[in-house]
Design a protein around this ligand. Sequence first.
Ligand SMILES: [Zn+2]
Length: 66
Amino acid sequence: MPIDELARKRWLSIPADIRKELEENVFCGNCFVTTIVDYQVDSEDGNLVLKGKCKSCNRDVARVID
Ligand SMILES: [Zn+2]
């Protein structure tokens, strides 16, 4: 199974309300705390990483889930 598929499954195994909290608590260099949109779930060093765009300014943002 590809790593990103596994990562996606791990992400989806997190309760929806917690996932929402994580999505809405992403650091953007421009807006500080923002919501991540259009993201993909990746895996780095055993941690899940969300990679997407800032909802407000459309910058690339990422969030490590540990
Ligand atoms: Zn932003």
